[in-house]
Design a binder for this molecule. Structure first.
Ligand code: NAD
Length: 483
């Protein structure tokens, strides 16, 4: 299996290599096979990428928005036409099953380009009557935006950042996760083929230090990070030094509350999807599943039966439903959380071990009788580990669901319409799903509150985060001066 790109970086329309940068490998997590060897960006590479973006951006911002949109629309079409090969590449790099990558990765990225291509020409300012005088506002691009990605949805993250940034007239320098460096380079090629002028979407590779250099560079106007809370704190602090704008899409420990009037089969479906899709490596997963005591036994019975049916195996086999975790380090971390859960006295009802002896596979795991004070219920695990907690009353469960530093998402299952809205309103979360879970259409804003982040991606809300407002005051009479 070889997925070696033409070079590590993509700058000003060309693949670029600088072997003075430290080498690192991309591996296929199902086998450990090295699929590509790349080099981290050197200061010289970083500077070339940032200069290219800075130089290309003004002419791009000056184009009629419909022309920018036309190029981005073409990119969406190419992403869809190449979905199969992009999905294979993403599966090789992340280990996520092809069954998922075919529908959730490049396809979601294409949606973002299509949406923001259409959005760009609709952006307007305001006119503000002021009596004799008046003012108007202009929506301006920010300039050079830095994008820093996580490894769980590499091309989706790159597209969710690049599409609005480019649509509204910015340039981007994107650093993918060092664990999944490949699909961002494929995206750069596709954007070029779609007609994006050179320098507007650049890719630089590397570990955290490369991201840190981007977040503190004077040429960067805005930093958009998808990553963990600890990284978010560092990037936010670095951006603050230059008073740079930020979007922070960070981690979570989201609650999924299942009331006793819920459709149990649907609730089980949501809990399974919200914990085991992408082997549990999803920021918004509902990893604290609060189940009303009256339906607990029925819920757990169905959950265990259906969880045991999940097919683990070669992620490139279209029949496989769950692949490995992204890396050995992540597998070890998740197995450590499971061991801690057992030690803390949670009841292991399903899974709980590594699957097989090679590759980074962990069995889908369910703990019942989890208490709020256990590490299982407090720490983001980012693996296929579900914690089921009991509850009795609405007031009590709402308070417990909110008692976390995170606030990315929440879910509620009930047939009671008034309760659904009441609980949705009470949740401290950026997104609440009612009788559904983890659906993130591009039309809907997505992001967190509390430690889970600032800013929103997708939807109309993205405009606020990739443009700024200029007010123009028009004096239409004489200037009154008292001196
Ligand atoms: P991570 O924080 O380890 O790394 C994220 C990115 O930041 C990587 O590209 C990394 O190289 C870079 N980075 C690391 N240190 C840096 C620094 N000091 N300065 C600048 N960049 C730095 O996260 P991860 O392990 O790749 O991804 C998993 C995390 O991402 C989870 O916490 C998950 O919840 C979160 N996530 C959030 C969302 C969301 O939309 N809210 C989506 C996906 C993942």
């Amino acid at each position: 299996m070889n997925a070696q790109p033409k070079a590590s970086h993509f700058i000003a329309g060309d693949f670029v290599e600088d072997t003075r940068g430290a080498a690192f490998d991309s591996t296929h997590p199902a086998t450990g096979a090295v699929i590509a060897r790349l080099h981290e960006a050197t200061p010289d590479i970083m500077s070339r990428a940032l200069d290219a973006a800075r130089d290309a951006q003004p002419a791009w911002a000056a184009l009629p928005p419909v022309e920018r949109g036309r190029i981005l629309h073409r990119a969406a079409m190419i992403l869809r036409a190449r979905n199969q090969e992009l999905s294979v590449l993403e599966t090789q790099d992340t280990g996520k099953p092809l069954q998922e990558t075919l529908v959730a990765d490049a396809a979601s990225g294409a949606d973002a380009f299509e949406y923001f291509a259409g959005f760009a020409p609709t952006v307007t300012g305001q006119t503000i009557p002021l009596g004799r005088d008046m003012a108007y506002t202009l929506r301006e691009a920010l300039g050079v935006c830095a994008g820093i990605g996580a490894w769980n949805y590499p091309i989706q993250i790159a597209c969710w950042k690049a599409a609005p940034a480019l649509a509204f007239g910015n340039a981007m320098v994107f650093k993918p996760s060092e664990l999944t460096p490949l699909s961002a380079l494929a995206l750069a090629e596709i954007l070029q083929e779609a007609g994006l002028p050179a320098g507007l979407f650049n890719v630089v590779q590397g570990r955290g230090a490369v991201g840190a250099a981007l977040a503190s560079d004077a040429r960067v106007a805005k930093v958009s990070l998808t990553g963990s809370v600890p990284t978010g704190r560092k990037v936010y602090a670095a951006a603050a030094q230059g008073i740079r704008a930020v979007t922070m899409e960070l981690g979570g420990k989201s609650p999924l509350i299942i009331f006793d009037d819920a459709d149990v089969e649907n609730a089980v479906s949501a809990a399974i999807l919200g914990n085991f899709y992408s082997a549990g490596q999803i920021c918004s997963n509902g990893t604290r599943v609060f189940v009303h005591q009256r339906i607990k036994a029925e819920f757990l019975d169905r959950l265990v039966v259906r969880t045991r049916q999940i097919r683990l195996g070669d992620p490139l086999d279209p029949q496989t439903q769950m692949g490995p975790l992204v890396s050995e380090a992540q597998m070890d971390k998740v197995l450590g959380h499971i061991a801690r859960g057992v030690k803390d006295g949670a009841r292991l009802v399903c899974g709980g071990a590594r699957h097989g002896t090679s590759g980074c596979f962990v069995q889908p795991t369910v703990f019942a009788d989890v208490r709020d004070d256990m590490a299982l219920a407090q720490q983001e695990i980012f693996g296929p580990v579900m914690s089921v907690l009991d509850f009795n009353g609405e007031t009590d469960v709402v308070a417990r669901a909110n008692a976390t530093e995170y606030g990315l998402a929440a879910g509620v299952f009930t047939r009671d319409l008034a309760r659904a809205h009441r609980v949705a309103g009470a949740m401290q979360a950026g997104t609440v799903w009612v009788n559904a879970y983890n659906l993130t259409p591009v039309e809907m804003p997505f992001g967190g509150v509390k430690a889970s982040g600032v800013g929103r991606e997708n939807g109309h809300a993205a405009l606020e985060h990739y443009t700024r407002i200029k007010s123009v005051y028009l004096g239409l009479g004489d200037v009154d001066a008292p001196y």
